[in-house]
Ligand binder design. Structure first.
Ligand code: FEO
Length: 376
């Protein structure tokens, strides 16, 4: 378990989780990484840690560079346990190390970890910085990207931003850099991540982009996935687009589930009609995919049409799950439509219409079919 030198005096010492498939409800079909970074200077600094089961792996990587007790500063950019899971162990083994975190970070770390309850912490805010000798580390609070405690750390002299969840991707792979996986795969993974993790926080992402706009970057080192060094501008541009509720004007998703096929036929018919309008539709069978996969496809869709057969006077449970997930992630300024087939009562369409209307969507007229016959 060797550290990976990513720049003079900077090492990746994280862990690659090839096996994780569910990440607090979000499907991670390609696994993920928990990235931690070690900076050597007169004072040695570790930025973030890893999920608890990977503690020993991270420690071995650190010890391939320096003895563990040489760490002077532990910077916790984010309390969520995928990044702080090894912090209490490290704090116990590096008793003289100072812990730096945001105001909400201090509250969260003490709440999560008994071992940290009595440990003094240095609380920092945007504009604060510390010197580690020849390097300066500046802090930028970025609340809600992805939790209230989240912050980024900027290494001024090397022009490296340790951005924690921002600009991350859930991707386990041997490669550590964006140019090694290529732009297409990078944006696909970054989009999946944004759609399922960051989407509700567009205002906060815009603020972060503003806060870091005066900085220059040679690398952006997120806490998940590969390090950005070649495609920084492309990913930043995409973040600005998504945070501004950017969509493809000619893209629709038609997400549905169907009992005996009538709702699916409606979905196909609607897709054909959209094609006539010059709108490309993707059909998402919610009975055949996880909600987070469906959400990835929905990220840039101007049109979100949702269909369900009526089942037990409601919608199918897969559609209910997607509606709940969609509402939580809250993509804005879309055009919606409800549709569905039924046998005798037909409540599903009204339920979907109410859900999409409550999200502020401009609605196209709902469509219902009894058995196989669409109502006029
Ligand atoms: Fe990767 Fe919000 O934790």
């Amino acid at each position: 378990m060797e550290a990976v030198k990513i720049k003079e005096n900077i090492y990746w010492v994280g862990a690659i989780d090839y096996d994780v498939r569910i990440f607090h409800g979000y499907e991670t079909p390609q696994g993920t990484t928990y990235n931690a970074y070690l900076i050597l200077d007169e004072q040695v600094t570790l930025i973030d840690t890893v999920k608890a089961p990977f503690t020993n792996e991270m420690i071995k990587r650190i010890e391939s560079v320096i003895p563990l007790d040489k760490i002077d500063n532990l910077i916790s950019n984010h309390v969520e346990p995928d990044h702080s899971g090894a912090l209490s162990e490290l704090a116990l083994r590096c008793l003289n190390a100072k812990i730096y975190t945001s105001p909400n970070g201090q509250k969260g770390l003490k709440a999560y970890y008994r071992a940290l309850q009595g440990r003094p912490m240095e609380v920092v805010k945007t504009g604060d910085s510390i010197s580690t000798g020849s390097y300066s580390l500046q802090f930028v609070l970025m609340p809600m990207v992805h939790w209230p405690d989240s912050m980024a750390t900027y290494l001024v002299e090397e022009k490296v931003l340790f951005s924690n969840d921002a600009f991350g991707q859930h991707l386990a792979c041997p490669e550590r850099y964006d140019d090694e996986i290529g732009l297409e795969r990078l944006l696909e993974r970054a989009g999946d991540y944004y759609a399922n993790i960051v989407l509700p926080f567009g205002i906060q992402v815009n603020k972060l982009i503003g806060d870091i706009s005066g900085l220059t970057f040679e690398m952006i080192c997120p806490s998940h996935g590969v390090i950005l060094r070649q495609y920084i501008a492309e990913v930043a541009e995409k973040y600005a687009f998504w945070a501004g509720d950017g969509v493809q004007e000619d893209k629709a998703v038609i997400a549905y589930d169907t009992m005996w096929g009538a709702t699916r036929l409606m979905a196909e018919k609607i897709a054909a009609e959209l094609k006539e309008e010059g709108i490309k539709a993707e059909l998402l069978n919610l009975g055949r995919m996880h909600v987070s996969e469906a959400m990835k496809h929905t990220l840039e869709a101007k049109y979100i049409f949702i269909g369900s057969s009526t089942l037990n006077r409601g919608v199918m449970h897969t559609v209910a799950a997607f509606l709940s997930y969609l509402k939580g992630l809250n993509p804005k300024k879309r055009i919606g439509m409800a549709f569905g087939a039924y046998g005798w009562s037909g409540e599903s369409v009204g339920i979907i219409e109410e859900a999409l209307t409550s999200m502020g969507y401009e609605m196209r007229p709902a469509r219902k079919a009894q058995w196989w016959v669409e109502e006029e």
